[in-house]
Design a binder for this molecule. Structure first.
Ligand code: ADP
Ligand code: MG
Length: 600
């Protein structure tokens, strides 16, 4: 019951629809009540039973017939007509109430999805570090689906059936409360297994959803990493893992299936037993003359009708439990706040010249292992600074902190002498152009990929940055030029081409600070030459931080910083650093003359 209230809470914003649903449900109950009442005159008339003598109570139908002055003759056509009307009315309002509830469910699920996505899109980077894509995706897709089903179908059923049940109980107790008590003394027997079933179902439902997410995850990883899988001939290994995931899903599905399948026959059996017992007592009540056979007929029909709501309620219960499990799982997303957000007093960073200062900055992704130790440096406006060092030394981390993808554990990072933790994220990031190794291109046209996020950008500017990024020529050779659609995640382009598109995209913002994180690492020498030109084009008039894989690309840097194990160990120009016998010189010697790839 508590769970239903929680689900109901989601729908509360649809107050008017909910009210309409209640009204329709009351009509359904009313017509069901009417139908049950019709059984009595039908049976007693057929049996020619002098029914008035059997009971002192006024029956609904006796009342109706008397007030409408319907004679004994007319009853023969009035009764069937009433049956048709009552059944039609019940059907009509069942239809309306179902439709209304479905629309409430679909509305709620649209809102939930939007809300989830809103939470996700603003999450800080570390949120996605800790969770798998498949898992998050199944929250937004299948969990919301489950909630929609619970609200649209089952919750509506549940509420409507409760109202119908109340109407039927009123009839049952009014007709013969002694017989009713007999019938309902054994009814709690049916409630006990219901409680046990619903608890089990909830547990199993949760388990099987978690395992489905496992399959999803596995699938996603294998598809996105299909190249790696092939390259390492890991097909059999991946198959084994997948078989494992489907097997455990199968097992939990079967456990769920057993409980689900058992639920309905078991309830039916209990219903049957109750019926048999009532039949026995009822026949005695007729022979003793307390009720007419028609009353008993109506009574039994009412009992059977009230069995349907109970059955439906138990079935609805299953789906509702699953919906609630899903609802609990999405709470994690709905309740999580982005770790990195604007401070209450954050102000927009005014347009900057591009001075970047790090003062004793330390950082760790997780408490256990520090990644940066007391990093301090200063970059003047329009300078080009290169960061070099072995893979894993912390170069990307420095960049991550500057864009506030993560927040420094201690120390201060300033742009134009303004602490970046005091400004709004949007104003900060809009002034930083970022080209990373992970080149995310979207399934859209080249033009829209370059103009990502910048609506109504004049085409001349897009073409301009493409030219500066040395991408214009290859774009023109594509079948539809700038309107060419890039395949899913840009697979149709070479990595050098994608890299140049990414540079063009970063340039379009015309940012005062430009960061190129190993933007030249995945390239052949022709692409590298082009990007070299592109970079010289784009570095003019802005502060540029280049993390370089190939040292040839940074020889002209104003300053080179060497990072080693989270510390800046050497700073200077190329010539200066070659003088000292340090890490830079070693790295350089490694790459030249033999051009060995000793760096990253
Ligand atoms: P580089 O760019 O110099 O190759 P990074 O800055 O990417 O190095 O990484 C520095 C260290 O931080 C590495 O040891 C890496 O394993 C760790 N690291 C990088 N990103 C994360 C992350 N998202 N979560 C935890 N540790 C990370
Ligand atoms: Mg890196």
């Amino acid at each position: 019951m508590r769970e239903i209230l929680r689900l109901l809470n989601i729908t509360l914003e649809e107050k008017r629809r909910l009210l309409l649903f209640f009204i329709c449900s009351i009509f359904v109950a009313f017509f069901t009540y009417g139908f049950v009442n019709l059984i009595q005159p039908i049976l007693d008339n057929m049996l020619n039973y002098e029914s008035q003598t059997a009971t002192q109570k006024t029956r609904l139908m006796d009342y109706v017939f008397q007030h409408l002055h319907i004679s004994q003759q007319d009853i023969y056509w009035v009764l069937p007509l009433l049956v048709v009307i009552v059944i039609f009315g019940k059907g009509l309002f069942t239809f309306l109430s179902t439709l209304i509830m479905k629309s409430i469910g679909h509305r709620a699920s649209k809102k939930l999805r939007d809300e989830l996505f809103e939470h996700l899109i603003y999450q800080s980077t570390d949120y996605f570090d800790q969770r798998s894509t498949g898992e998050i995706m199944s929250r937004v897709t299948s969990d919301v689906d489950k909630i929609q089903q619970a609200v649209s179908g089952s919750m509506g059923d549940f509420i409507r059936e409760v109202i119908v049940l109340v109407a039927l109980l009123l009839y049952i107790f009014y007709t013969d409360w002694r017989l009713a008590i007999v019938a309902f003394v054994i009814a709690p027997l049916a409630a006990i297994p219901l409680a046990i079933f619903s608890r089990k179902l909830k547990k199993r439902g949760k388990q099987s959803q978690a395992r489905m997410a496992g399959i999803y995850e596995q699938l996603y990883e294998s598809i996105t990493g299909s190249k790696i899988v092939k390259a390492f001939t890991m097909e059999r290994f991946e198959l084994k893992k997948f078989y494992g995931a489907t097997k455990s899903f199968f097992k939990s599905s079967m456990r769920l299936a057993r409980i689900e399948s058992l639920s309905s026959p078991f309830m039916e059996f209990i219903g049957g037993a109750v019926g048999a017992f009532v039949l026995y007592v009822g026949m005695r009540r007729i022979t003793e003359g307390y009720i007419s056979p028609g009353d008993f007929g109506s009574f039994v029909v009412a009992i059977f009708y009230s069995y349907t709501p109970i059955k439906r309620m138990s079935r609805a219960n299953n789906v509702i439990q699953q919906g609630v499990a899903s609802y609990e799982r999405i709470q994690d997303i709905l309740e999580s706040k982005p770790k990195i957000a604007d401070h209450p007093k954050a102000f927009p960073l005014p347009p900057v010249k591009g001075k970047v200062t790090f003062e004793d900055v330390s950082f760790s992704y997780n408490e256990a292992r520090p990644v940066l130790y007391d990093v301090s440096f200063e970059v003047n406006p329009t300078e080009m600074v290169a960061v070099v060092g072995l893979s894993g030394s912390g170069k990307t981390t420095i960049i991550n902190l500057l864009s506030r993808f993560y927040e420094a554990t201690s120390g201060e990072i300033k742009i134009d002498d303004i602490n970046i933790s005091e400004v709004t994220l949007t104003s900060l990031r809009s002034q930083i152009g970022l080209v990373t190794q992970e080149l995310i291109l979207f399934n859209d046209s080249i033009c829209n990929n370059i103009a990502y996020g910048l609506e109504e950008m004049p085409f001349e500017r897009i073409e301009g940055v493409a030219k500066a990024a040395m991408a214009h020529d290859f774009i023109q050779e594509l079948p539809e030029g700038y309107d060419t659609q890039i395949g899913e995640r840009g697979v149709l382009l070479s990595s050098g081409q994608r890299q140049r598109l990414a540079i063009a995209r970063a340039l379009l913002k015309n940012p005062p600070i430009l960061i190129l994180d190993e933007a030249t690492s995945a390239l052949d020498s022709e692409s590298e030459r082009l990007i070299q030109i592109a970079m010289t084009n784009v570095m003019k008039d802005r502060t540029t931080l280049v993390i370089a894989h190939r040292l040839s690309t940074i020889r002209n840097a104003d300053k080179i910083m060497v990072v080693d194990k989270g510390k800046i160990v050497e700073v200077g120009t190329h010539d200066e650093l070659c003088q000292v016998d340090g890490i830079y010189k070693k790295l350089y010697d490694l790459q030249f003359p033999e051009e060995k790839e000793g760096l990253s």
